[in-house]
Design a protein around this ligand. Structure first.
Ligand SMILES: [Zn+2]
Ligand SMILES: [Zn+2]
Length: 302
C-alpha cells in the first residue's frame, strides 16, 4: 500500500463563507484534467464539457479516465453538487426540425449517462430555440418532452436549465419560460436552474443597480422558486442592460460592475451551490486572479 492520501476539505473556502467559486475548465488530454486545472487555480467548484462540441456522435467515455476523474474529485474534495457539466452547443431540445430534435434528445441521454459514469449529479444545458418557426409554448413543450424522455432512460441526474440572454428565438430568457418547462417535467426533483449573471443582465435584470442582485433573486423565487436554483455562472457583460447579447466579460470589467459581484459573494441564498466563471480572461487577470478577487469581496463578521 502506498502512502495514505489526505483528503482536502473545501468546506470553509472564502474564509468561512460557504461560496464555492470555480471556472469552466478544459478536458484536453483527459477528462480528469478538469479537476487538476481547477485545483491549480484555487477553485472549489467547476464546469466542463463532457465531450467534443463539434460532433453529434462522440466516442464513449473511457472508463479508466472516468475512474481517474472520480478518484481525483474525492482526493481534492470536490463534491458532485459543486461540479456542473455544460451540455453540447449542438443540442437544441426545442428544435422544430424533427431530425435535430431526435439527435438532441439522444445527445441529452448520452450526456446524462456520462454524468452517471463520472459520479456527477447535475447537468446544465441551454433549453433550446424555436428558430422562429414554432411558438415559445410549443418549444417549451418539446424541451420538457426531451427532459422527460432522458429522465426515463437514465438514473438520478438533475437536468439544470440555463437562463438565456433572450437573443433571437432562444427560450429561457424569461423566468416564466423556465418555469413553463419545469411545470411540464414529471420528476421535478430532477430539474433545476443555473442563473448566468451576464445572460440575466442582457435579458433585462438590472444587476448594476443597487439591490439588483437581491431583486433578481426575489423575482426568481416568486416566479420559479429558489429551491430550483442549483448553480450560477458568474460573468460580467460586454453588452448593455437588456441588449439580449450573450457577450461575457471579466469580473468587474463590464457593464454589470464589481458591486453586483460583492452582493453575490455576500448573499446567503447563494451558499453551497457552484458559482462558475466563464469569463474570457486577460493577461494577469485569468481565472485564478478572478477567483481571488471574488473571494476578497466577502465581508467578514456580517
Ligand atoms: Zn451556457
Ligand atoms: Zn453566455
Amino acid at each position: 500500500m502506498g502512502p495514505k492520501k489526505r483528503r482536502v476539505q473545501k468546506e470553509s473556502d472564502s474564509r468561512g463563507n460557504r461560496k464555492y467559486i470555480g471556472a469552466h475548465v478544459g478536458i484536453q488530454g483527459g477528462i480528469w484534467k478538469a479537476v487538476e486545472s481547477c485545483t491549480q487555480m484555487g477553485g472549489s467548484s467547476f464546469g466542463l464539457f463532457l465531450g467534443s462540441q463539434r460532433s453529434w456522435k462522440r466516442p464513449p467515455l473511457d472508463p479508466t479516465a472516468a475512474d481517474r476523474f472520480r478518484e481525483l474529485c474525492t482526493l481534492q474534495g470536490f463534491h458532485p453538487h459543486h461540479i456542473l457539466p455544460h451540455g453540447s452547443y449542438l443540442m437544441n431540445c426545442g428544435s422544430p426540425k424533427e431530425d435535430v430534435f431526435e439527435k438532441s434528445q439522444a445527445l441529452l441521454v448520452d450526456e446524462l449517462n456520462r454524468c452517471s459514469l463520472l459520479g456527477l449529479s447535475l447537468f446544465n444545458f441551454h433549453p433550446g430555440s424555436s428558430l422562429g418557426t414554432i411558438t415559445t409554448e410549443q418549444c417549451v413543450e418539446k424541451i420538457a418532452g426531451a427532459i422527460n424522455h432522458a429522465h426515463r432512460q437514465t438514473p438520478q441526474v438533475v437536468t439544470v436549465l440555463e437562463n438565456m440572454s433572450g437573443q433571437g428565438s432562444t427560450v429561457g430568457g424569461k423566468f416564466s419560460e423556465l418555469k413553463g418547462i419545469i411545470d411540464r417535467v414529471r420528476d421535478q426533483s430532477r430539474v433545476g436552474v443555473c442563473l448566468d449573471i451576464c445572460h440575466a443582465f442582457a435579458a433585462g435584470h438590472d444587476l448594476a443597480a443597487e439591490g439588483g442582485v437581491k431583486a433578481m433573486l426575489d423575482l426568481f423565487d416568486q416566479e420559479v422558486g429558489l429551491g430550483y436554483l442549483k448553480a450560477m455562472h458568474l460573468n460580467d457583460s460586454k453588452g448593455k442592460l437588456g441588449c439580449n447579447l450573450d457577450r461575457h466579460e471579466d469580473i468587474g470589467k463590464g457593464e454589470i460592475g464589481i458591486a453586483a459581484f460583492r452582493d453575490i459573494m455576500n448573499e446567503p441564498r447563494l451558499d453551497n451551490i457552484p458559482l462558475i466563471l466563464e469569463t474570457p480572461g486577460r493577461p494577469k487577470f485569468e481565472y485564478a486572479e478572478q477567483i481571488k478577487l471574488l473571494q476578497s469581496l466577502v465581508i467578514e463578521n456580517k
